[in-house]
Design a protein around this ligand. Structure first.
Ligand code: 1CP
Length: 343
């Protein structure tokens, strides 16, 4: 049967008259219905592990806006938790984790196959969503890429420059690489289960790829993505994957081809004309409206949206933001963006 889901057609390399669209963090605090459901769940992690409520918040932006894709409501830090790290969220500040500073932190972690009991509610969320989503909406599963997840596990929190992770990489490369390898293999098991539970596309978020340079980028961003993607595709032939090596700059070039990704998500710093020339020949490009427009709105929102659509219209394109929508965004600006894309 010919593929009718627009997002899957774009990922298969088709150039469509209007691009499919979804938004990073589309289920989130800018939506009053999200805040209400989160309050019912108690806190953020309880929401992630409550399959019914996690499915509910995944569906909220689909109902409100009719996006072409729904992304599983979960977080990249659930995998470290499944591996045995302590993870909690400090309201108004962000995530906190137990830290990994050397060999003993690593040996305390579980093996790659010991994560599924802990993550069972996430797989249940996906099963609920396969039943509840409209037939034209694509269901996206995800994980953090090994480097990005490692930066949180090493520092115990988000960091502006990923300093502690770079320091461990220099001080004890064996331990650092063992952590990257464990996360690579555990991500394969986690994502493979997501596919079996109903995820139709997988996205790998390497939010901090931009702080890796040269050889480090090749070893800790590119190589793990390549291993994860090739193993997932071996287990699930035809599975489309979107890679997001955020702020990779020039290193976006060739990333999709070398890792086998079908789609390459780009941040808002990338000129979409440059992306059309250097990235679209290798496959679908996803992006890349600056999320600040969702706060400020006005004519600039419409002009920028149209400029991105126009720049990428001669190749496969999925419209998205360059990063997640922020809690201070105006929900009406999302309608304005959709109007500018779809007319
Ligand atoms: O207060 C709240 O309700 C929590 C805010 C929130 C949300 C809505 C967090 C905390 N995580 C999420 C959901 C989430 N996280 C999704 C699913 C839904 C969607 O996109 O609609 C996804 C895909 C993520 C991925 C994620 N979590 C990333 C990668 C993407 C990115 O934004 O760069 C990262 C880095 C995280 C860690 C994380 N989780 C939450 C926060 C505030 C952070 C960033 C921490 C930091 O470094 O400051």
């Amino acid at each position: 049967m010919a593929q009718t889901k627009k997002l899957l057609r774009s990922l298969a390399g088709e150039t469509l008259p209007t691009p499919p669209v979804w938004m990073m963090r589309q289920a989130g605090r800018y939506l009053p219905e999200y805040r209400a459901t989160r309050a019912r769940a108690g806190d953020f992690l309880s929401l992630c592990y409550n399959s019914d409520l996690a499915a509910e918040v995944t569906l909220q932006p689909i109902r409100r806006y009719g996006f072409d894709a729904a992304i599983l409501f979960a977080d990249i830090l659930l995998l470290p938790q499944a591996l045995g790290a302590d993870v909690w969220f400090v309201t108004g500040e962000g995530p906190r984790l137990s830290t990994i500073t050397g060999a003993e932190g690593l040996t305390r972690l579980k093996g790659k196959d010991d994560i599924h009991d802990h993550l069972a509610p996430i797989y249940d969320t996906l099963r609920i969503l396969t039943r509840e989503l409209p037939s034209h909406t694509t269901l996206i599963g995800f994980a953090g890429a090994p480097w990005t997840v490692a930066t949180y596990m090493i520092a115990g929190r988000g960091t502006p420059d990923q300093g502690p992770a770079h320091a461990l990489k220099t001080a004890d490369r064996t331990i650092f690489e063992a952590l990257i390898d464990l996360l690579t293999e555990a991500s394969i098991e986690y994502l493979s289960m997501q596919v079996m539970a109903g995820a139709e596309v997988i996205k790998l978020f390497d939010s901090w790829a931009g702080s890796l340079n040269g050889e480090d980028f090749a070893k800790y961003a590119l190589a793990p993505a390549k291993r994860i993607i090739s193993e997932l595709k071996a287990r699930h032939p035809g599975l489309p994957v979107i890679a997001f090596p955020r702020q990779a700059g020039e290193a976006y070039i060739g990333f999709a081809k070398e890792t086998g990704a079908d789609g390459l998500a780009i941040d808002a710093a990338v000129d979409p004309h440059w992306a059309a020339r250097h990235l679209q020949p290798d496959g679908c490009v996803q992006g890349n409206l600056d999320p600040k427009h969702m706060v400020t709105g006005g004519p600039a929102l419409v002009e920028e949206t149209r400029a991105i659509v126009a720049a990428l219209k001669t190749g496969p394109h999925i419209f998205n933001l360059g990063h997640g929508i922020t809690p201070d965004a105006d929900p009406d600006n999302v309608h304005r963006m959709l109007e500018a894309i779809r007319g």
